[in-house]
Design a protein around this ligand. Structure first.
Ligand SMILES: [Zn+2]
Length: 284
């Protein structure tokens, strides 16, 4: 067996792990906004409550062979479930490619980094769907993940992985992300007397800072604001009259963070410099 084949087998395994975690992700999205346990009881049909058999819980495939219907009551099962599973499978596969690009990199430091980024990715996808549906961002996927980010940065740095911030950089990132956005939010409130951004977004930026560091978190906020403005303007044009649209900002932040996670190294020389230059311009 050539090294190439071995590598792609590992990468495929990572994708399958992603599919399985995608299934758990669905459970989190459905239950966490209602404060229900994500581990007990097991999955049940949303229509009739019949527990789902393990063989009907296979990611993506089960939905296909059941043709989107519950085996017991034939009630419809949303295509969102297999979509989230497939999405997370693909994203996990791509994360493996990004963190472990070569068989030679398949060692403890890189695997630890893969798990650490995997936690982040899980939080990112889960909070996106929860924020879209309920306009809230659970603390588990924002502020509570900050210590995980810092401890993980310390651990993988100690193991010898160099592609992530040091634990000090991680602490500074969390402070810049949380503190910086809180300051902007406060200023906005002083000027406009209304809440520009929710505390959920502030806590989310703190988490981004813990994984990416201070400079990146500013860039991510900038990218998200650009994307949010474009979509917001488009929605205003379509709806005409309405000036304000209740568009949650969290999914834009998550999208920008995902772009940074996968393409940050490519974007860095361009975007970061521009943001840096802009800040210098503002300061000077
Ligand atoms: Zn049913």
């Amino acid at each position: 067996m050539t090294a190439d084949v071995a590598y792609w087998i590992f990468a495929a395994f990572a994708g399958v792990f992603g599919l399985l975690f995608g299934s758990f992700l669905n459970v989190c999205v459905a239950r966490m906004p209602e404060d229900r346990s994500v581990v007990w009881p097991g999955s049940a049909c949303p229509s009739c409550g019949t527990p789902i058999k393990p063989y009907d819980n296979v990611p993506v495939l089960a939905w296909m062979w059941l043709r989107g219907k519950c085996r017991a009551c034939k009630g419809a099962i949303s295509p969102l479930y297999p979509t989230v599973e497939a999405l997370f499978g693909v994203l996990t596969f791509l994360l493996f490619r990004r963190v472990i690009p070569d068989l030679a990199d398949l060692d403890t430091p890189h695997l630890a980094a893969f798990v650490w980024y995997g936690w982040f990715l899980f939080a990112l996808v889960a909070l996106t769907f929860i924020d879209l549906r309920h306009h809230i961002i659970p603390d588990e996927f924002s502020i509570y993940s900050v210590p995980v980010g810092i401890a993980g940065a310390a651990l993988i740095g100690w193991l010898g992985y160099t592609g992530a911030p040091t634990w000090q950089g991680s602490v500074v990132g969390a402070l810049v992300g949380g503190g910086g956005l809180a300051a902007i939010s406060g200023l906005y409130w002083l000027v406009r007397r209304e809440e520009g951004m929710g505390m959920g977004d502030v806590k989310l930026l703190a988490m981004f800072g813990a994984w990416f560091g201070g400079t990146a978190v500013v860039t991510i906020l900038f990218l998200a604001a650009c994307a949010g403005s474009v979509v917001g303007l488009a929605m205003m044009l379509v709806r005409r009259g309405g000036m304000r649209t209740a568009l949650p900002f969290g999914p834009f932040l998550a999208l920008a963070a995902a772009v940074w996670l996968y393409a940050g190294r490519v974007l860095e020389p361009y975007v970061t410099v521009r943001v840096g230059a802009m800040l210098e311009l503002l300061a000077g």
